[in-house]
Write a protein of this length. Structure first.
Length: 252
């Protein structure tokens, strides 16, 4: 892993190759032509009470996991000069996100669909581009904000799927158990490096987080929160209280 200490200038000597994914011409790396991306409010509602609705719901989570692979790899590529353990952490995250995508895609194919069959939105990648010049903001607003929303949402989705009770719905519940277990670790990595960076720069983590969510128009996080999972991922009581105060963001 010694090569991970190289700066980007050292392992990308050709200036013509230093375009960031956000600004490179043509298709972004790792981004297929499908699914068609639309604004979040235009993504159709996904009812778990029909087979097509459950397939669309699986597809939506599959899309999140696909984006999470690119997000983890972007955190490695974009921010040089970090400790080697930072790169090891995000390489492991990328590998686990890829296993999640594979798990969900196999389930999606068992329902007669494949990735790209349903429309999706690009909210995760939008925050990636907003934070491309600030590694502190990236750690604050991608793993420990947007991805942490999955910790809260997953038990609610699972409860609805258990009500449906069909074999495919219960299999989806099992898939989400695996993903939730791993995502706690991924959010913990985001917490770890956010706090490390704050310490390096003399920033107070909770106050600076409040500043960042407003500066970058992070989405409002609404209860209920999965307090147990968030605590396991390293959120402090002060941070959870801040979320519960409905003060995360002034913008939707």
């Amino acid at each position: 892993m010694q090569d991970l200490w190289l700066t980007r200038a050292e392992w990308e000597p050709d200036p013509q190759l230093t375009l960031t994914p956000a600004h490179a011409p043509g298709p972004l790396p790792g981004r297929p032509d499908m699914p068609r991306l639309v604004p979040p409010k235009e993504v159709p509602q996904r009812s778990p009470y029909t087979l097509t609705g459950r397939a669309a719901l699986v597809h939506a989570v599959c899309h999140i996991e696909f984006n999470a692979i690119n997000l983890a790899l972007d955190a490695i590529w974009r921010f040089d000069g970090m400790p080697a353990e930072y790169y090891r952490d995000w390489l492991r995250v990328a590998q686990e996100e890829a296993s999640h995508f594979d798990l969900l895609h196999r389930h999606l194919r068992s329902l007669g669909h494949t990735y790209g069959d349903f429309e999706a939105h690009d909210g995760l990648w939008l925050m990636c581009t907003r934070t491309e010049h600030d590694r502190v903001a990236r750690m604050a607003l991608v793993p420990r904000t947007l991805e942490a929303r999955g910790l809260d949402a997953t038990p609610l989705i699972q409860a609805r799927l258990r009500q449906v009770g069909t074999p495919d719905a219960l299999q989806f519940v099992d898939c989400l158990d695996v993903i939730l277990r791993d995502e706690i670790g991924h959010v913990a990595i985001g917490n770890r490096w956010y706090r490390w960076l704050c310490d390096q720069q003399g920033l107070e983590p909770v106050a600076h987080y409040r500043h960042l969510v407003r500066l970058h128009s992070a989405p409002r996080l609404r209860p209920p929160f999965n307090t147990e999972a968030r605590e396991a991922a390293g959120f402090s009581a002060q941070e959870i209280a801040f979320l519960s105060s409905d003060g995360v963001s002034e913008s939707a």
